[in-house]
Design a protein around this ligand. Structure first.
Ligand code: MIC
Ligand code: SF4
Length: 646
């Protein structure tokens, strides 16, 4: 039987485990990327694990998230990251060089290779035919040290693309259409592989928009074939030598096939407050818009920004609204400034924002009270923009410009009907200037690592006790994202200071959580988090596990859980348990005192776990499905303890 692309790459990289869907497999990682908001902790862990040099083919440390730098903390983190990179053999992409995923695609992505990144949108690399996976920083630290990355050998969903997109319908509409079909939950353990004739019409940056936002499906990653379009892109990036063709065998099999006819798609938007809440623009037109933001790792390629420039040329942004534009990388910014595109954007009345994450993570340009914001980014979780009452819609650059010019939601097909759709040709040669990517030091022994006062040691956990007794310190609903658990925005600067950052766990959901949990911890009780379906959606931030661990959380019990967050919990010694029935979830309440008398034995034996509620003696059955490797981590109190033999 032939192989699909996912199987080909995985089978080339598997070093341990079983190549069978649902089983755990360990794979070799060729490349890693980190960004500054997750990277500081990842490198602190790399150091704590005692590694002396990265063993990957390429490891890059990007600075793109915390670039507002209110106070000394982020600047210090950047310096720490730069010195660590110089010492341990890592390339360092300076702030201003662009967003990690965009820069990595341009300068480092190689078809057929594996990429592990401490950011959930690492699957952007699937646009160039990589198997690119997002993970917690600790998993990336292990991979940098040469250890395997463990994942569930996936089921593969083929998305068969037919036809060609109509003018004004964009790559973003393809992924929004897929989100409409698959939704944001229930896809754990799957990879999406694109195929079909329709693939040929999509450029690498368009494919990358699709694989980037595939993260919102909750799949492990998404991947496109590597073909002539890939070759042309790599050649234009001066990297033709790294190109290789990659396609599925004709008789490859898939677990599911979904067909999308590109020529029938209409412009869409994800409505507040979920990337899965999709509506067609025809249903949204007329909604007044206060803010339009174009940028992020999803839609800020040369193609996207040039399209925006051409659409804005000679026009003015509507009076009632603010438009902000951020190029995804310095390469894009250099090119659109050299060819005059930037001048049209400036002349239209747009604000030019830094080539960084910026607005996407809510650390700048927060909308006003009740404001409607249309963005080309990938997440519109409640409060993520920095304003809880804001209504954030996610859409293509085409939709964003139609809104910016008209002042309201407008279907670009209709709005631009008297305008020729600008075809943006891929340049035969992109501007190549890697001067903001610093190579590691040639004299690593002489590099002193800089540590500012905000940088603490990674917190130490204790091994799992035999008697687990504690309080339900918080009970949350369905689809709780890591943005709900561990807010980013203006709290981001505390990423390297766990005791301080831990004060903000569930800041909006349960403002008393942190103090209550700490009080329990100090009086010898543990904390339980009770949650509904799809707990831990969204980002890879391991702080959503580290900070609860620091506060004495030993178990999360949810109706279901997302992949990266579940792995992060295990890495930090928190048991990821699942309710046998939804009624049990309904029955447990905040404040309940719970007890498991023989938890170590249950975990070690792989038995079902039963919790007893102290007040009435009621019992609740839980499933704790852990591999032998994961059991060891949970029993030891996390990966660092297990590695050090604690
Ligand atoms: C995000 O888009 O949510 C982030 C910020 O990039 C996160 C990483 C982080 O929290 O630092 C992600 O996607 O993993
Ligand atoms: Fe940055 Fe936003 Fe992309 Fe996350 S989703 S990497 S915050 S641009």
């Amino acid at each position: 039987m032939g192989k699909n692309i996912v199987q080909k790459i995985l089978d080339d990289h598997i070093v341990t485990g079983t190549a069978q869907a649902g089983q755990e497999a360990g794979i070799k990682i060729d490349q890693t990327l980190t960004q500054d908001a997750t990277g500081t902790m990842a490198y602190l862990q790399f150091e704590a694990l005692g590694f002396k040099r990265v063993k990957t083919e390429v490891s890059v440390s990007y600075v793109d998230h915390n670039t507002i730098q209110e106070g000394f903390e982020n600047g210090d983190d950047h310096k720490y990251l730069q010195t660590v990179a110089a010492k341990y053999g890592i390339l360092f992409s300076k702030p201003g060089n662009g967003i990690c995923h965009q820069v990595h695609l341009e300068r480092f992505g190689v078809p057929g290779k594996t990429l592990l990144g401490s950011d959930s949108h690492t699957p952007t690399g699937g646009g160039i035919g990589m198997l690119a996976i997002g993970a917690g920083g600790l998993d990336v630290a292990v991979a940098m040290g040469g250890g395997p990355f463990f994942l569930t050998y996936p089921k593969v969903i083929k998305v068969e693309l037919q036809g060609v997109l109509r003018p004004w319908v964009a790559a973003k509409d393809v992924i929004l259409a897929l989100l409409e079909i698959l939704s944001t939950k229930g896809n754990v353990g799957c990879v999406v592989e694109y195929g079909g004739k329709g693939v040929e019409s999509l450029s690498v940056p368009e494919r990358a928009t699709i694989t980037n936002m595939g993260a919102e499906l909750g799949v492990t990653t998404s991947v496109f074939p590597s073909d002539e379009k890939t070759r042309v892109f790599m050649e234009a990036q001066g990297r033709a030598k790294s190109y290789r063709e990659l396609k599925a065998d004709a008789d490859a099999e898939y677990d599911r096939v979904i067909k999308i006819d590109l020529s029938t798609l209409e412009p869409r938007a994800a409505c507040p407050h979920s990337p899965g809440n999709i509506k067609k623009l025809s249903e949204l037109k007329g909604i007044k818009v206060d803010q339009v933001l174009i940028g992020s790792c999803t839609n800020a390629s040369y193609r996207d920004i040039m399209l925006v420039a051409k659409l804005l040329k000679g026009k003015k942004v509507a009076e009632n609204l603010t438009l902000g534009v951020a190029c995804g990388s310095r390469q894009v910014l250099q090119m659109v400034s050299a060819n005059g595109g930037l001048a049209h954007i400036i002349a239209s009345g747009a604000r030019i924002l830094e080539s960084a994450c910026g607005f996407c993570i809510g650390n700048s340009v927060a909308p006003g009270t009740d404001a409607v914001s249309v963005r080309t980014s990938n997440r519109n979780f409640f409060g993520r923009s920095g304003t809880t009452s804001a209504q954030v819609y996610l859409a293509s650059p085409e939709v964003a410009v139609a809104a910016a010019l008209s002042g309201e939601m407008a279907d670009p097909v209709e709005y631009f009907k008297n305008f020729d759709y600008p075809v943006i040709e891929q340049p035969s040669q992109f501007t190549i200037d890697d001067s903001m990517i610093l190579p590691p030091s040639e004299k690593p022994d002489q590099v002193d690592i800089f540590r500012g006062p905000n940088i603490g040691d990674p917190p130490v956990n204790i091994a799992l006790p035999e008697l687990l007794k504690g309080e339900v310190t918080v009970k949350v609903g369905d689809k709780i994202t890591t943005d709900h658990i561990m807010p980013a925005g203006n709290r981001l600067k505390y990423r390297s200071n766990i005791p301080k950052y831990a004060e903000y766990v569930f800041e909006r959901e349960a403002p008393d959580f942190s103090s209550r949990a700490l009080q329990n911890k100090n009086s010898g009780l543990y904390n339980f988090i009770i949650a509904g379906d799809s707990y831990g959606q969204g980002s890879s931030r391991e702080h959503a596990a580290i900070c609860p661990m620091y506060l004495g959380v030993k178990m999360v019990v949810a109706c279901s859980m997302e992949r990266i967050h579940r792995a992060n919990l295990v890495n930090f010694g928190i048991i990821p348990a699942v309710f046998e029935s939804r009624e049990d979830y309904e029955a447990l309440q905040k404040g309940d005192l719970l007890e498991i008398s023989d938890i170590r034995k249950c975990i070690a034996d792989g038995n079902a776990v039963t919790i007893k509620r102290e007040s009435d003696g009621a019992t609740f059955n839980l499933r704790v499905e852990l591999t032998e490797r994961e059991k060891e981590l949970v029993l030891a109190g996390g990966l660092i303890n297990a590695t050090k033999g604690a």
